[in-house]
Design a protein around this ligand. Structure first.
Ligand code: NAP
Length: 239
């Protein structure tokens, strides 16, 4: 069976919600998942509805507006969702003010962690087989990103995911990406749509760490970091 066929079988009819939906990767993921027959919800911090271009037409995606700090308002919605994709993120670049520290941690780390916890409360014996979470951290988890607060906040999120994976009632996939062109990274080299296509294909193959990058070092540094941090957390924490 070809990769395309098995990917479609994996996603067809699945109810998938994506945060950061108006951004480059958010839109690209929605586009790819739409093509695989998923039933989509766009989660955005903007007031506009999200539309994607599919088959030459503009397709409206069911859109829900949310705000960092008001994650609990999504509780009812998340009970209906099979796959939650935590993709929103911000880069304050060289800023190191208290406001930049707060923004980086709130947006990149704590809002995703709160949504993750909220989603895990919706998992039960009856639905655990089809529920999963994808968390878009970054290869900044294990490599420099030339942006200290981006690295700090994404590493915090990555480590929290590593910790919670030890007891999670459903799969939590990490998405580890290298530089792609977007508002967050205008000098990114990869193309968002190509990145999204590879992410979706790897998720369908049940990869728990989905790595898409042009940096060969990440394929060494990230698995090593994940192995050691996970082992350390297992040794020195309890379920
Ligand atoms: N571009 C790269 O090189 C790269 C590399 C590795 C990882 N990543 C990660 O990939 C994800 C998507 O980034 P992107 O490159 O596609 O950037 P992007 O186009 O700037 O999209 C990021 C989206 O995050 C949401 N967001 C930003 N600030 C927010 C806030 N204060 N509250 C809630 N949502 C907020 C916005 O979506 P809404 O307006 O829809 O809420 C925004 O469009 C991020 O987590 C990023 O860290 C990017």
């Amino acid at each position: 069976m070809g990769v395309g066929q098995s990917t479609t079988q994996f996603f067809k009819g699945k109810k998938i919600a994506v945060t950061g939906a108006s951004g480059t990767l958010g839109r690209s993921l929605l586009h790819q998942l739409h093509g695989q027959g998923a039933v989509l919800t766009a989660l955005t911090s903007r007031s506009q509805s999200i539309e994607i271009e599919a088959d030459g037409d503009s397709t409206a995606i069911a859109t829900v507006t949310w705000r960092v700090g008001e994650e609990s308002a999504l509780a009812d919605l998340l009970t209906e969702i099979d796959i939650l994709v935590l993709n929103h993120g911000v880069n304050v670049y060289g800023d190191r003010t208290p406001a930049a520290i707060e923004k980086s941690y709130e947006v990149n780390a704590f809002s995703s962690w709160r949504l993750l916890e909220l989603f895990l409360t919706t998992v039960n014996e009856g639905n655990a087989q089809k529920k999963e979470v994808w968390v878009n951290t970054s290869e900044a988890e294990s490599n420099p990103a030339l942006s200290p607060l981006y690295e700090l906040s994404k590493r915090t999120l990555g480590d929290l995911v590593t910790l919670r994976r030890l007891d999670a009632p459903c799969p939590i996939r990490k998405i580890i990406l290298g530089p792609f062109k977007s508002e967050l990274n205008p000098v990114g080299i990869m193309d968002g749509m190509q990145v999204a296509r590879k992410v979706v294909a790897q998720a369908a193959k049940n990869r728990h760490n989905i790595i898409v990058t042009i940096n060969p070092l990440t394929f060494v540094t990230f698995p090593l970091k994940e192995l050691f941090v996970s082992g350390y957390f297992q040794l020195f924490s309890k379920s």
